[in-house]
Design a protein around this ligand. Structure first.
Ligand SMILES: [Zn+2]
Ligand SMILES: [Zn+2]
Length: 349
């Protein structure tokens, strides 16, 4: 099998040819048809997150180099291990990559995506910038119905992350307003999934007018450019003093600060993006406005099942997907870092 791997953090992605493995036990071998390119691939490639104030979070441990990135994988099951159940050769599936140790309290509680000993594809174990990937068990494989593999792949991370964040603001957003900060890959996915999930007025903000235009066409009731200084005032007017729910898909100091500015009383600010930085919060405001600030990371296996059911029902409008050859993986990462991508770039082997 052919993969594109980096041999050192930040170094070039190089093609590598290895023997295609044979599935053992419960494993299933997937021939990859599509793999989405995600912002967290860039962080993995860099080996660190920016924590703000000159501090960095080292995430270079827990994987050996050379390493294959890519965790938004869809493809065809081409071989299964002798004890595998629940999937057959020929099945078209999207892969839940957030695999845990399956033997700790976190995993037992159904939160494999938060396991302290993760076995995540594309993060800890070689992932989808390749033509094949091994999946340890059929329970991580989800039917994507009539949805093409290129789009289905994006539900494994951006779609699931959006779904999980939306799930956390259900009560705060329904019948009121929801502000989505950042109309990039995950923000746009949230705009689409939100339309299938609940009846609420969707407001999208970004710093890029092209993305805002796409969001408007994609179902946002209102869009605002954050660089326009009247934006917080306008949103407050529109939401009767502040929004019940704000989801920050950027996760920078500026975006979270903006989120706090437009949140209403008893509102919830969910931070999802991992751009990096630090935030100073005026504590009396947290109390007096009775607000919640909460993080949301990925989503659970159960939520993946719920999301894919919604997707198969045809209720989730698609996001813009741009297929590119797998050999162009590095360019895709660089374009994403430069903010030049609308929707999702999906690598096709
Ligand atoms: Zn991702
Ligand atoms: Zn675990």
């Amino acid at each position: 099998m052919k993969s594109y791997q980096f041999g050192e953090y930040g170094g070039a992605l190089q093609p590598s040819d290895q023997e295609t493995p044979t599935p053992q036990g419960d494993e299933a071998l997937v021939r990859i048809r599509a793999c989405g390119v995600c912002h967290s691939d860039i962080h993995m490639w860099d080996g660190h997150f920016d924590l703000g104030n000159g501090r960095e979070l080292d995430i270079s441990r827990g994987r050996s180099l050379p390493f294959t990135l890519g965790h938004e994988i869809a493809g065809e099951v081409v071989a299964v291990g002798p004890t595998s159940e629940g999937v057959s050769v020929g099945a078209q599936r999207v892969v839940f990559p957030w695999i845990g140790c399956s033997d700790c309290p976190v995993c037992h509680a159904g939160n494999e995506h938060l396991c302290p000993r993760p076995q995540t594809l594309g993060t800890n174990v070689d992932g989808g910038f390749s033509d094949h990937v091994m999946v340890p068990h059929a329970r991580y494989l989800f039917d994507h119905g009539d949805v093409p593999a290129e789009l289905a792949s994006t539900y494994a991370c951006s779609g699931l992350t959006a779904y999980s964040a939306l799930d956390k603001v259900k009560e705060h957003a329904a019948g009121r307003t929801l502000v989505i900060i950042g109309a990039g890959g995950v923000g746009f996915a949230a705009l689409r999934v939100a339309q299938a999930l609940f009846d609420t007025q969707l407001i999208v903000t970004d710093i890029d007018d092209t993305k805002l235009q796409a969001a408007k066409e994609g179902g946002a009731a209102y869009v605002f450019n954050v660089n326009d200084e009247d934006t917080p005032k306008e949103i407050k007017k529109l939401t009767g003093g502040g929004s019940g729910a704000v989801i920050d898909f950027v996760g920078s100091e500026a975006s979270a600060k903006f989120g706090l500015k437009i949140i209403g009383n008893s509102g919830t600010l969910i931070v999802v993006g991992l751009f990096g930085g630090a935030l100073a919060v005026p504590l009396p405001l947290v109390v007096l406005k009775h607000i919640t600030i909460r993080g949301s990371f990925l989503g659970s296996l159960e939520q993946m099942g719920e999301l894919m059911e919604l997707v198969r029902s045809g209720e989730v409008p698609s996001i813009p997907v741009e297929p590119r050859p797998l050999a162009r993986a590095q360019q895709a990462l660089e374009d994403l870092r430069g903010g030049q991508i609308l929707g999702r770039v999906v690598l096709v082997p």
